[in-house]
Design a protein around this ligand. Structure first.
Ligand SMILES: C[S@@+](CC[C@H](N)C(=O)[O-])C[C@H]1O[C@@H](n2cnc3c(N)ncnc32)[C@H](O)[C@@H]1O
Length: 240
C-alpha cells in the first residue's frame, strides 16, 4: 500500500486556514483537473469495475416500476454509465455542481432520453417527483462541512419515497498526493489541487441520519481491486 507524506504546502494550509470550509470552495479542484483525471483515478482504484454499484444492484432492482434515481455529483459519468446500461427504463437525474464536468461528459451519456443532467448543487435542488434511490458515491460526502452534511441528508430524506434510500460511499483510507493529518478536518491534494474534507465517524453518521428521520443505516464494507487497493464502505440510509 502506498503511503503519501504530507507536503509542506498542504500542512501549511491545514494549520493556517480555519478548519471550516464550504462545499463550494471544493469545486476549485473539479474545475482545475483535466478531462479524464477521474477516469484514470477510477481505473487505478478499480472503481471502473463498479464494486460499489454491483453491491447495490439487487437493492435497486427491487423497485420494479417507474424507478427514479438521483445521482449527486456525476463527475465524468462513471456511475451514470453503469446506471444507464443496467437500469435502461429508469428515469435518472444526474446533478453536477461543476459546469466544466458536465461540458466534458460524452454525448452517449447526455443524449440518453431517460436521463436529465442538471448543473445544480444538491443543497439547492428540489426534484420534480419523489426519488427511489439517491446516490452520493466516491467519497463526495466528506467534501461537505458538518452543517452542509445535515442539510444534505434532510433534503434528500424529504425527496425519497417511503422505503427509498440514499447511498453514501466513503473510503476508509486515502490515496492522495499529500494530506494533512489534522483529525476531523483535513486538507488533501489530488492532481496538484487541494480539497477540504470533514471526516465523519460511522457512529456519527448513523446518529445524524437517524436524528434527521432515516429509519435504518446499513453499512457494507468492500475493497477495490485496482493497482491500488482501497478499503471502502457503503452506507445505505433508508427512509422507513
Ligand atoms: C468524485 S466525483 C464522483 C463522480 C461519480 N459520482 C462517480 O462515482 O464516478 C464527485 C463529483 O461531485 C460533484 N459535487 C460536489 N459537490 C456537489 C454538490 N454540492 N452538488 C452537486 N455535485 C457536487 C463534484 O463536482 C464532482 O464532479
Amino acid at each position: 500500500m502506498t503511503k503519501f507524506a504530507p507536503s509542506e504546502r498542504a500542512l501549511r494550509c491545514a494549520t493556517l486556514r480555519a478548519p471550516m470550509f464550504t462545499n463550494i470552495e471544493n469545486q476549485g479542484l473539479y474545475r482545475a483537473i483535466p478531462p479524464g483525471f477521474l477516469k484514470e483515478r477510477a481505473k487505478q482504484l478499480g472503481l471502473d469495475h463498479f464494486p460499489d454499484l454491483e453491491i447495490l444492484r439487487e437493492k435497486i432492482a427491487a423497485f420494479q416500476d417507474d424507478l427514479r434515481i438521483l445521482e449527486i455529483g456525476v463527475g465524468e459519468g462513471r456511475a451514470l454509465e453503469w446506471l444507464q446500461q443496467n437500469f435502461r427504463s429508469a428515469s435518472i437525474v444526474g446533478l453536477e455542481a461543476c459546469e466544466k464536468q458536465i461540458e466534458n461528459l460524452p454525448t452517449e451519456l447526455t443524449s440518453n432520453a431517460n436521463t436529465q443532467i442538471l448543473n445544480q448543487d444538491i443543497l439547492d435542488f428540489e426534484p420534480a417527483a419523489p426519488i427511489h434511490v439517491a446516490l452520493l458515491l466516491w467519497s463526495a460526502f466528506y467534501e461537505f462541512n458538518p452543517e452542509e452534511k445535515a442539510e444534505l441528508l434532510s433534503r434528500v430524506y424529504r425527496m425519497l419515497v417511503p422505503g427509498g434510500f440514499l447511498v453514501i460511499d466513503l473510503p476508509r483510507e486515502f490515496f492522495a498526493e499529500a494530506l494533512s493529518d489534522k483529525g476531523e478536518f483535513q486538507v488533501h491534494v489530488y492532481g496538484g489541487q487541494q480539497i477540504f474534507h470533514h471526516l465523519i465517524s460511522d457512529e456519527e453518521l448513523d446518529r445524524l441520519a437517524k436524528r434527521l428521520g432515516f429509519g435504518s443505516v446499513e453499512k457494507r464494507g468492500y475493497q477495490t481491486l485496482g493497482s491500488v487497493k482501497q478499503e471502502r464502505a457503503l452506507f445505505i440510509l433508508t427512509k422507513a
